[in-house]
Design a protein around this ligand. Structure first.
Ligand code: ADP
Ligand code: ASP
Ligand code: MG
Length: 409
């Protein structure tokens, strides 16, 4: 007997048939005697549909109403799943985020969970009911509906697991675990039995959207046992763990992440004097544009070239801001490129192995792929390359670090 939080993503509840199949699955756990809290996403495609409706009316939709709108997808699935459970004779009750007081700050569309009332959930569980909670949504102290950012149902699930001190938080999805890289891009990608929180956090922040970044942060902070599994296939999935066995035993690289949502801006001929970086990046952050990588070169004529990357959605606006800065600073010119991508190798094993970056650069060079920007941390190396080489780069690195699945005997 365990207390489980089970989250089912969009494709897993994408049709009424699938919702019925999920109900059967949840019922099997109940029949074994487990207490189950289920978190569901909206049916696949629904959140995108709602977002485009909003954009048909306003370019920059009003933040409060945007959340009222996009949170509706999950309300549909909680009700349908609860009906499906009831019709199997499995007692169930659905709740929206505000009904169980998933309290968040008021940062609409990217709100953070602050606290969750568990009293009513516990009462339902004690009464033998399955509790079905809408993912992705919360409510402010003042009662406004909020959402947690794309992929936010993962975070709802982990936060509930933490609040309820659940035995395990199980993220059921359309792949059977976390892979060495996106299995939809590299056929030979391998499922990992386990991955450390630290690595999973890097993978998620560098573009592997199998888990929302915040859900991993949350799980690490509150020590939630977190597992990624396939909704419709049996298997152990991938456990996200704290223990980093002997690092010498770890592979150099555990996984490869990539992200296409990148754009690069360069200001050329910037006077090389103190304060320039803040005069460039100040207005960029004032425009609410997040900066990822930053590179500044020293040059001999007392001017420098300054390059930074932003989310591709912010490219247009960032270019406008930069044009203004060029004038103010008396820089020579600026240019930009939104056909770039970031590829990263991730692994705690890097700490104890030398030459990892070199091996990465050699593998890319062998394929004739030019590196535009490099950034490193203790457990990752990221490069910016032309987007057209992205898949080639991921495959080349996957083999160079011996991550490929052994061919079936
Ligand atoms: P859900 O709708 O269930 O939340 P997501 O689409 O958010 O599912 O996440 C699952 C997808 O994540 C997979 O279909 C896969 O293409 C993608 N993915 C990206 N990187 C990885 C990885 N390293 N391991 C597994 N899946 C990955
Ligand atoms: N439905 C939301 C989204 O598509 C939340 C989620 O699926 O986790 O982003
Ligand atoms: Mg997801």
């Amino acid at each position: 007997m365990a207390l489980l939080v089970q989250k089912f993503g969009g494709t897993s509840v994408g049709t009424v048939e699938r919702i019925k199949a999920i109900a059967e699955k949840v019922k099997r756990f109940r029949d074994q005697g487990d207490d189950v809290v289920v978190v569901v996403s909206a049916m696949s495609g629904e959140t995108n549909r709602l977002i485009s409706l909003a954009h048909e009316i306003q370019d920059q939709p009003e933040a409060r109403e945007y959340d009222v709108l996009v949170s509706t997808g999950e309300q549909v699935t909680i009700a349908l799943l609860s009906m499906a459970l009831e019709s199997l004779g499995c007692s169930a009750r659905s709740y929206t985020g505000s009904q169980i007081a998933i309290t968040t700050d008021d940062a609409h569309s990217k709100a953070r969970i602050q606290k969750i009332e568990t009293e009513n959930i516990r009462k339902d569980l004690d009464a033998g009911r399955v509790v079905v909670v809408a993912g992705f949504q919360g409510v402010t102290e003042k009662g406004a509906i909020t959402t947690l950012g794309r992929g936010g149902s993962d975070t709802t699930a982990v936060a509930l697991a933490a609040a309820l001190e659940a035995d395990e938080c199980q993220i059921y999805t359309d792949v059977d675990g976390v892979y060495t890289t996106d299995p939809r891009v590299v056929e030979g990608a391998r499922r990992l039995d386990k991955i450390t929180f630290e690595e999973m956090l890097e993978m998620a922040s560098l573009g592997s959207k199998v888990l929302q970044i915040r859900s991993v942060e949350f799980a690490g902070k509150y020590n939630v046992r977190l597992r990624v599994l396939h909704s419709f296939q049996e298997g152990p999935g991938t456990l996200i763990t704290i223990d980093e066995e002997d690092e010498m035993e770890q592979p150099m690289v555990s996984g490869i992440a990539f992200n296409r949502d990148e754009a690069k801006l360069t200001i050329k001929g910037v006077p090389d004097i103190p304060g320039v970086a803040s005069r460039i990046l100040g207005p960029v952050s004032a425009a609410n544009i997040e900066v990822d990588m930053i590179v500044q070169n020293v040059s001999e004529d007392r001017t420098t070239d300054f390059t930074f990357t932003v989310h591709r959605n912010d490219f247009q606006r960032a270019q406008e801001v930069v044009a203004q800065i060029v004038e103010e600073l008396g820089a020579r010119e600026h240019d930009g490129d939104n056909k770039i991508a970031k590829v990263s190798i991730v692994g705690v094993g890097m700490r104890s192995h030398a030459g990892v970056a070199t091996r990465m650069f050699e593998a890319l060079a062998k394929e004739g792929i030019n590196i535009q920007i490099i950034s490193t941390s203790e457990i990752k190396v990221s490069v910016i390359i032309a987007e057209k080489y992205l898949e080639l780069a991921v495959r080349a690195l996957h083999s160079a670090f011996e991550l490929d699945q052994l061919p079936a005997a």
